[in-house]
Design a binder for this molecule. Sequence first.
Ligand code: ADP
Ligand code: ADP
Ligand code: ZN
Length: 215
Amino acid sequence: MNLILLGPPGAGKGTQAKRLEQAHGLVQLATGDMLRAAVASGNPLGQRVKGIMEAGHLVPDAVLIEMIESRIGQPDCASGFILDGFPRTVPQAEALDAMLKARGQKLDHVVLMEVDEAALVDRLGGRFSCGACGASYHERYNRPKVEGVCDICGSTNLIYRADDRPESVATRFAAYRNQTAPILPYYKDSGVLTSIDGMADIDEVTRQIEAVLAR
Ligand code: ADP
Ligand code: ADP
Ligand code: ZN
């Protein structure tokens, strides 16, 4: 099963992808996590994208397309993957279609997580993440079971993201509206898109997504 979790920054894509990964043996492909790993390592790609990401702009399509193409060809993706953060532009969606076709694969579901902007601001304002595995936490809505320790991988490297500062958040919302929302008609037309109520609590959102996958 191959799926896309789609939604604005803070919609809960990463939180739900981690749950689906564990429940269904799928691989989470989180492009934001991949790019942040490159930035942390200081490699040439990381140096190139650091400023773009911190400002809240999108990284050029060619970089993302190459990254996903090489990733979905790896053996662990053969039994299915969850795209979290990709595609984010029409050219990325078209490139994904072409690469899946070439591999004889298809998309089973595109799940659109709808959350209003006031709630997104509140979520991003209290978000912190695991620097090792990318798991997302929230100061009020989703604290780790043991204070300061990642539930999933046990790392104590819990960090606030530079791009969750209000200056960058506004730019990220604009990028979503102007560059990412235009891919919705593309998936609506092909019949794979289902919208869910991302405003519900984390467990309820998981139930809604599971209901879509069970269809
Ligand atoms: P969020 O989950 O909060 O929406 P991500 O972790 O997915 O954020 O992405 C963080 C940043 O990484 C984006 O603001 C953008 O700069 C870059 N990025 C991630 N995925 C893509 C993509 N598919 N296309 C362009 N830029 C991307
Ligand atoms: P995305 O990957 O779409 O940017 P995240 O999964 O990182 O979003 O979630 C954004 C923030 O909101 C995190 O702090 C997370 O703990 C919290 N969160 C996720 N889902 C919910 C929810 N359904 N209700 C309240 N808070 C949530
Ligand atoms: Zn972790």
